[in-house]
Design a protein around this ligand. Structure first.
Ligand code: ADP
Ligand code: MG
Length: 372
């Protein structure tokens, strides 16, 4: 009955088109294809959703496919994997000459990886009780079959070299980025990789030095115009221009806030609620609120206090814990200049990027996602 009523409501599905389903067979515990045959294929067939299965062969493959695909034949692009594969799909869409139209294509996510933060966020927004693992997959399958489409914020990321990246989830530096990268080797444990990675990293807790500044998000829409710097970012060939960011090597406008501290344990910019299946990092976040939730933890926090923060994050109560070292603020744009004399990592949606200065600006509702 549920699926049947879903068929009537589904707004994205088009009788003459097919859904492209991209599966990364290596994601998570390597079970994504098994998940397809055990759950997804049957759900899609029962809901009458025609789909083309594509199994990715290597990193970058999905990005290439999406860049070249004939989108007129497709009603949606859905991934069965972790967040990393959706990052590829989004960046493949933005790289197209017809990016403006392409980025409007409804996207879907079926959690089959170890990092399934967007899937957990969508379930959270739907109001359903939190579940994980295969239960999360089945719940997201229902959301997909039910299928209303919502706008989703994207954040453009500028690094000191290379093209801009478009991010849907997070920009991390320090502790969280290290855990992201180091926990790759515990991938076979599924979502538990982040818990183990956090415990291992806590044992070698360190300080990261750098400068952080941000443009606060105010209630007034009009404030954005006033804050537009005189000098505009060099417009990249693809994707919308960044109207709030001066070039990365130029000074910031006067309405930006410079964080006085320069010794950090972590910086985390989040645009959806979940950092991982069981980490509710930004409980207030919504799909297209146009807000970057900026968190940072300053140096001097004890291991126990940091562990307590991550444990509280499972329920999303870390902000109520009044930890003196944790700062949370809502922003539209930010710039981070890490001291590159010291080693460190930066991740975007859980994927490692070049270490060095980085700046970001939110583009409200730029993409669309099937949110159930
Ligand atoms: P997980 O959540 O387990 O990390 P992801 O979907 O994030 O799963 O994928 C992890 C990485 O694997 C991503 O960088 C993705 O681009 C890459 N990838 C995609 N397809 C393949 C493949 N066939 N073999 C190896 N790596 C792949
Ligand atoms: Mg990943």
């Amino acid at each position: 009955l549920f699926l049947f009523s879903g068929m009537l409501l589904r707004s994205w599905s088009h009788p003459d088109r097919t859904m492209m389903l991209l599966v990364n067979p290596q994601s998570g515990k390597g079970q994504a294809l098994t998940f397809y045959y055990n759950h997804v294929q049957r759900m899609l067939n029962e809901a009458g959703i025609a789909h083309t299965l594509i199994i990715t062969e290597k990193q970058g493959h999905a990005r290439e496919i999406v860049r070249e695909a004939d989108l007129t034949q497709l009603d949606a692009l859905v991934i069965l994997s972790g967040d990393g594969l959706l990052f590829e799909v989004i960046n493949g869409l933005v790289e197209r000459p017809d990016w403006e139209e392409a980025i409007q294509k409804p996207l879907g996510i079926l959690p089959g990886g170890s990092g399934n933060a967007l899937a957990a966020s969508l379930l959270y927004y739907s109001g359903a009780p939190p579940v994980s693992g295969e239960d999360l997959l089945v719940s997201c399958g229902f959301l997909l079959c039910k299928g209303s489409v919502s706008h989703m914020d994207l954040v453009s990321i500028q690094l000191s070299s290379g093209p801009r990246l478009f991010s849907f989830l997070s920009l991390a530096w320090g502790f969280v980025a290290d855990v992201d990268v180091e926990s790759e080797k515990y991938r076979h444990m599924g979502a538990a990789r982040f818990t183990i990675g956090t415990l291992v990293r806590l044992a070698s807790l360190r300080v990261y030095k750098g400068k952080l500044a941000y443009l606060p998000a105010s209630g007034e829409e009009g404030d954005l115009e006033n804050s537009t710097p005189s000098q505009r970012a060099t417009e990249a060939p693809r994707g919308p221009p960044d109207s709030l960011l001066p070039p990365l090597d130029q000074p910031l406008p006067g309405n930006w806030v410079v964080v006085p501290e320069e010794d950090f344990v972590l910086m985390l910019a989040m645009y959806q609620s979940h950092l991982a299946e069981d980490l509710l990092a930004a409980p207030e976040s919504r799909l297209d609120d146009g807000i970057i939730h900026l968190f940072y933890v300053t140096a001097g926090i004890s291991r126990t206090a940091l562990l307590r923060l991550f444990l509280a994050m499972e329920k999303g109560t870390h902000l109520a814990s009044n930890c003196q070292h944790l700062v949370h603020t809502k922003v539209r744009a930010l710039r981070l200049e890490p001291n590159t004399g010291l080693k460190g990592k930066i991740t975007v949606d859980g994927e490692v990027v070049q270490y060095g200065p980085v700046q970001a600006e939110v583009h409200r509702g730029l993409s669309r996602v099937i949110s159930g």
